[in-house]
Design a protein around this ligand. Structure first.
Ligand code: SAH
Length: 411
């Protein structure tokens, strides 16, 4: 058994059950890529069993804090089972569900999403790479499914010294038979949405925004939005939610005629967003799509004197880690300032950050300072977070990557 001996005093975060061991905390020891190592304090006290990552700054990730625990196939089967059972108790209104969310489920470096009868997994650490076959079998066994597609093409794999890997891991094409579909659809709330697990972002879809999309539909219904702007729309989940909410407002005797403008810089995502409007039975004339840079578009709208009574800002991860926080903060502030200027009085901004490097508190400050620069005050009517199947845990507060604010501009 290989051992990692920490520097004096470096055991503190592990004693709080935090699962990462940084390179700088290690005095000596190591192992092969993904190998299970025994982690000890400088004084030789057992701290954890962890997977060694020879080339990552996070040099080891904890599997267990229990000295009696064996890290073997039954351990991984039990961890997958626990994660899947927990989902049945979370409020998830979709057949697109995140089944395993990395550290939060005790499996650092493993993401698993279920889309109907197909699983899509990302293995992003040396440890999960080493146990890939065991994990794949465990996931299928615990879900009773047969198809698992691998999307291990996230850039973080490079930090672990791992090559990208994509394709069917289980249930793929067999001789004489057709390959299983990579084009899938899910029912989220009242809507049908499609995705491509081979080509879409992440595992194909942003499941984490499921409940915020529903929340947006509720605001649209209650307040009867007329001019919605969906920035960073990807495949138009929030656009569909907006149209659904506006239709409900009309049905309840509201004004009617509302429109949604959606912006993204990805052509294929926009094409799918447009298809989602028709697929869900909405009038295509109510929705327009711009293949453009959001920042430039917001400036252009301001110049033209356009105004919106609801705006969604759901940008990509500007700050993957705290080291990028400064530059990211400026980028967040910029788009939020422009959006607040574009809001009509009483209008509503749904603004998000999915950057692990930006805390909820910092994000709040950034949006506040965007408001100050815009000369716009607003009520923070709600705070939003990722859907419950993307949980954070008491032991791992870094799991809080996605945060949102609903800001209502003062009249
Ligand atoms: N709100 C979406 C998810 C957004 S993900 C949903 O509910 O599904 C972020 C999106 O921003 C991606 O689709 C990406 O293509 C787009 N994007 C990234 N940089 C951009 C830019 N500068 N201008 C416009 N879109 C951008």
């Amino acid at each position: 058994m290989k051992t990692l001996r920490l520097r004096p005093g470096k055991e503190r975060s592990l004693l709080r059950r935090h699962p990462w061991i940084f390179e700088s905390a290690i005095a000596k020891g190591g192992g092969d890529s993904g190998e299970t190592v025994r982690v000890e304090s400088h004084e030789g006290q057992f701290l954890a069993w962890a997977a060694f990552s020879p080339s990552s700054r996070i040099r080891a990730r904890v599997w267990s804090f229990d000295e009696a625990q064996r890290i073997d196939a039954p351990f991984f089967i039990a961890a997958c089972a626990r994660a899947i059972i927990a989902r049945a108790r979370f409020d998830v209104q979709s057949d697109g569900v995140r089944l395993v969310h990395g550290e939060s489920d005790g499996l650092p470096g493993l993401i698993v999403d279920r889309y109907g009868d197909t699983l899509v997994a990302q293995f992003t650490s040396a440890g999960t790479e080493r146990w890939k076959n065991v994990l794949a079998d465990a996931l299928l066994r615990e879900t009773g499914l047969s198809k698992l597609y691998e999307r291990s093409d996230a850039s973080v794999r490079a930090l672990e010294g791992l090559e990208p890997a994509t394709g069917w891991l289980r249930g793929g094409p067999v001789a004489g038979a057709e390959a299983p579909p990579v084009e899938l659809s899910i029912h989220e709330h009242q809507w049908m949405l499609t995705l491509n697990i081979a080509e879409g972002h992440k595992t194909g879809f942003y499941l984490d925004q499921r409940d915020s999309r529903k929340r947006f539909a509720e605001y649209a219904r209650r307040l009867g939005f007329q001019h919605v702007l969906n920035c960073f729309c990807y495949t138009g989940g929030f656009s569909v939610a907006a149209l659904a909410g506006m239709r409900a407002a009309e049905a309840a005797g509201g004004p009617g005629g509302g429109r949604v403008v959606s912006i993204d810089s990805s052509g294929p995502a926009l094409e799918r967003a447009r298809a989602h409007v028709a697929l869900n039975g909405f009038d295509p004339n109510r929705a327009s799509f711009l293949d453009a840079d959001v920042n430039a578009s917001l400036r252009q709208f301001l110049k033209e004197g356009q105004r919106f009574d609801a705006i969604i800002l759901d940008p990509p991860k500007f700050a993957p880690t705290a080291a990028h926080a400064d530059r990211a903060a400026r980028a967040y502030k910029d788009i939020n300032r422009l959006a607040l200027q574009l809001l009509t009085p009483g209008g509503v901004l749904f603004t998000f950050s999915c950057s692990g490097g930006i805390s909820a508190d910092l994000f709040h400050k950034i949006v506040a300072s965007a408001g100050a620069d815009a000369g716009v005050d607003g009520y923070i009517v709600e705070r939003l977070a990722g859907a419950p199947d993307h949980p954070m845990t008491l032991d791992f507060p870094e799991g809080e990557y996605l945060k949102g604010l609903v800001v209502m501009r003062k009249s």
